[in-house]
Design a protein around this ligand. Sequence first.
Ligand SMILES: NC(=O)c1ccc[n+]([C@@H]2O[C@H](COP(=O)([O-])OP(=O)(O)OC[C@H]3O[C@@H](n4cnc5c(N)ncnc54)[C@H](OP(=O)(O)O)[C@@H]3O)[C@@H](O)[C@H]2O)c1
Length: 248
Amino acid sequence: MTDQTPASEGGEWSLEVLADAYAYPEGDSPWLRANMVSTLDGAAQHDGRSQPISCDADMRIFGTLRGLADVVVAGAETVRAEGYRPARARDAFAARRAAAGQGPAPAIAVVSGSLDLDFSLPLYVSPLVPTLVLTGAGAPAERIEAARKAGAEVVIAGEGSRVDPARAVRELADRGLKRQLAEGGPRLLGQFVAAGVLDEMCLTFSPMLTAGDAQRIAGGPSVDVPERFALTSLLEEAGFLFSRYRRI
Ligand SMILES: NC(=O)c1ccc[n+]([C@@H]2O[C@H](COP(=O)([O-])OP(=O)(O)OC[C@H]3O[C@@H](n4cnc5c(N)ncnc54)[C@H](OP(=O)(O)O)[C@@H]3O)[C@@H](O)[C@H]2O)c1
């Protein structure tokens, strides 16, 4: 079960140790990993954000997973609610990224049908690597134009205004972005699950109870048959559990 569990130094895992533990599998196929946090009672947010249910160690793993990824995929609502900024280049991952032929930071890929996004934000106009906007062929033409003008790369990955989740994975892989990291939100993650394209789930269990009607980590229509995953590592810090599951 915990064959890849890293040792902690002084009760804290270094970014190096975490990066080894969470390395993407070798190979040419795309690999879609999701990273989410949930309370004990299944809430994926509190007051509309994930920060209140997260912790420092969770943010270290969040940063590590970004440091290993070619691309971070996020739904437009998460990008809007969490105020996404461009991913940073971090010294801790620089050598590893260079050796793997990766750019200095992952690209952010925003999934949106409406393209109701603020294209004047740094995420679009001044990222280290161009931000991608994944949308459908029927998205508003003037918004596609606005995205391109800001410097974003628009990727058509579906008909109408909807993105087809399986096609999104393929389109990103075709651009050399094979190490994929989905950061939610629940509406987008649910579609990756339903399409059967999620390879790995990194899930933080937060030792909190919130009650209420917050979303679960994955929403939308249910799958016909629950898909089975196997636990590959489990870490603990301050009562938070950091689990990693792979599709069987
Ligand atoms: N617990 C966690 O780990 C975690 C992680 C991430 C987010 N969150 C929380 O989750 C909430 C936001 O998540 P959410 O589920 O409401 O929204 P979301 O999945 O982040 O974004 C939904 C939006 O993404 C776009 N979208 C999704 N699927 C699409 C498709 N197939 N084709 C085209 N566009 C598509 C649409 O954007 P348009 O409306 O622009 O068309 C849709 O309104 C926030 O409260 C955030 O804090 C929690």
